[in-house]
Design a protein around this ligand. Structure first.
Ligand code: ADP
Ligand code: MG
Length: 247
């Protein structure tokens, strides 16, 4: 038996409001993403990217249709169960990093494990390993304001990774970064993809989407393009070993 896809979106619609003022934000979106794929979701402002992202992230449910995350039908769960599923299965990466100020990089990365009830020594070991994976082993005691934007986003990637989620979900992860930091963060995502992580990322930028194995384009709440750029089990197209963070 082939494994269930990590994401299985089945003819999903999302309608905000009712009657004449109703907004049809998603109009029958279907999408399957297998383990190890790296998908960029593109589209103009208002095309439904955030709505789709919220559904993929179990932050909202479809109006009609089904969404299965790692084989579980999210719509069948109550809100408490959805939040447990979200915490177990998804690592979020935001445009604005969302790190806790005046807490070390290590403490920030330990946080999701602390919420999950993982004990101190295990927590520390796993957080250090995640920071090592993003090339920040030498910055673990630094607080966010002592790190560059690119380094802060790499801490956020480590925090998303540390729970070993089924899916990394990134919303414009390089939107606040300069070009050097963008290259660093995309390099980290390339390596994570090569190691078999499943990644979905929203972006406006062709240069960012060029790193993904597959590009999906939304127009007016519908997928109008689903283009593969690299095989699911191969390296992402822009993959390159860089000196930084490859230990
Ligand atoms: P994008 O992220 O691609 O800019 P969104 O998913 O945010 O698109 O929005 C898709 C459509 O749904 C837009 O027309 C937007 O105005 C509308 N919309 C989004 N969220 C809401 C909401 N909470 N209530 C009403 N309309 C919404
Ligand atoms: Mg949006």
């Amino acid at each position: 038996m082939t494994p269930a896809p990590v994401l299985d979106v089945r003819v999903v619609t999302k309608v905000y409001g009712m009657g004449e003022t109703a907004v049809h934000a998603l109009r029958g979106v279907s999408l399957r993403v297998d383990q190890g794929d790296y998908v960029a979701i593109m589209g103009a402002s208002g095309s439904g990217k955030s709505t789709l992202m919220n559904i993929l992230g179990c932050l909202d449910v479809p109006s009609t249709g089904n969404y299965l995350l790692d084989g579980t039908d999210v719509g069948s769960l109550d809100e408490g169960q959805q939040s447990i599923l979200r915490n177990r299965k998804i690592g979020f990466i935001f445009q604005s990093f969302n790190l806790i100020p005046r807490m070390s990089a290590l403490a920030n990365v330990e946080l999701p494990l602390a919420y999950g009830g993982v004990r101190g020594s295990t927590r520390r070991r796993r957080a250090l390993a995640a920071l090592d994976q993003v090339g920040l082993a030498d910055r673990v005691d630094h607080e966010p304001n002592e790190l560059s934007g690119g380094q802060q986003q790499r801490v956020a990637v480590a925090r998303a990774l540390v729970t070993a989620p089924a899916l990394l979900l990134a919303d414009e992860p390089t939107g606040n970064l300069d070009s050097k930091s963008t290259t660093d963060v995309l390099g980290v995502l390339d390596r994570l993809s090569l190691s078999g992580r499943t990644i979905a990322l929203i972006t406006h930028e062709d240069d960012v989407a060029a790193h993904a194995k597959r590009v999906i384009r939304l127009v007016d709440g519908q997928i109008i393009e689903d283009r593969r750029q690299a095989p699911v089990d191969g390296p992402p197209p822009r993959f390159a070993w860089t000196a930084e963070g490859t230990r």
